[in-house]
Write a protein that binds this ligand. Sequence first.
Ligand SMILES: NC(=O)c1ccc[n+]([C@@H]2O[C@H](COP(=O)([O-])OP(=O)(O)OC[C@H]3O[C@@H](n4cnc5c(N)ncnc54)[C@H](OP(=O)(O)O)[C@@H]3O)[C@@H](O)[C@H]2O)c1
Length: 351
Amino acid sequence: MTQMQRVELAPGYSISRILKGGWQLAGDHGSVDRATAIADMGAYYDAGVTAFDCADIYTGVEEMIGEFRDDYRNRRGADSLDQLKIHTKFVPDLSALKTIDHRLVQQTIDRSLSRLRVERLDLVQFHWWDYSVPRYLEVAQWLRELQQAGKIDRLSGTNFDTQRTKELVDAGIELTSMQVQYSLLDRRPARQLGAYAREHGIHLFCYGTVAGGFLSGRWLGAAEPGQDIANRSLIKYKLIIDDFGGWDLFQTLLQTLERIAVKHGVSIATIATRWVLDQEQVAGAIVGVRRGDHLPEHLKVMAVALDAEDRSAIAQVLAQSSTIEGDVYSVERDIHGRHGNIMKYELNSAT
Ligand SMILES: NC(=O)c1ccc[n+]([C@@H]2O[C@H](COP(=O)([O-])OP(=O)(O)OC[C@H]3O[C@@H](n4cnc5c(N)ncnc54)[C@H](OP(=O)(O)O)[C@@H]3O)[C@@H](O)[C@H]2O)c1
């Protein structure tokens, strides 16, 4: 089996370039069998996927990872998870942004520590719903204080655009990474954030790499779905397909990816993930795992190398696509817009 590629994010802090995503275990993507989900975590870890992504707002997922840690170490020994890095998020509710104080930040971080059953969080990705409440720098400083107090190892962000990423950096917040949507359908990070991140040594972690499963053989030749879309990821990424240029152009992309996939003896999803990992400043692709059945495909991402002919065929389709306006996460920030409308803003106090 091809070795999992790894990347050193900071001296002594290295992760697998494929990260196992946790949102799919939070209940919005169908029912979850807890024991199977925990067993899947072990299978991914054993296969070399040693970094897990989760969030304080993914209902029950931090607890599940905490249980996995204890179970695995009890069975295999205290140092058996030495390579495990758990990347959580700090996502205060929209309604709390005006009033959030140091105490609430600390309580939320303490809650993640206790749910994950760790003494220090490996990496915390800060999210802020609304820039018009201009308190993200103040709150980031409180996170930094908790980092200095030893509760957090690395600080990072998610969904901050280039301007606000710069504000955080200028305020002295040392960001290890920025987690953003990045895929063949959504190349907004390549516009500005990628270059800024490169200049400042900020690694990009990418979600949406297979657009919730749309970028896979399952949708090749399929009719455009209507209101009956199966889960929240697919609802979210169908909007991105619409912005990309619609269903027909999406099918042209899938046909091109299928030709490349057949040539390399892998799947469309594997090619789509490889393409993201090959983009500038991308350290890792976060793959959503609902069940463990895509693990072999996720590992094949390491074995495949796109050549000039593949890249050119893909570029020809992408050249026909529409531009999603704005910087990363800009269209999503309009809470009454198509993208913002489907988001859940008050999960932190509810979980
Ligand atoms: N920071 C943020 O705002 C944010 C937002 C979204 C997600 N995330 C993170 O990113 C992770 C990924 O989430 P996502 O929404 O972007 O989902 P995604 O990884 O684009 O899609 C995940 C789904 O795609 C299907 N899939 C995955 N690999 C496949 C393969 N090789 N072949 C065929 N189908 C495949 C599976 O669907 P089936 O289970 O139906 O087969 C899986 O549940 C999340 O778990 C979360 O950790 C972060």
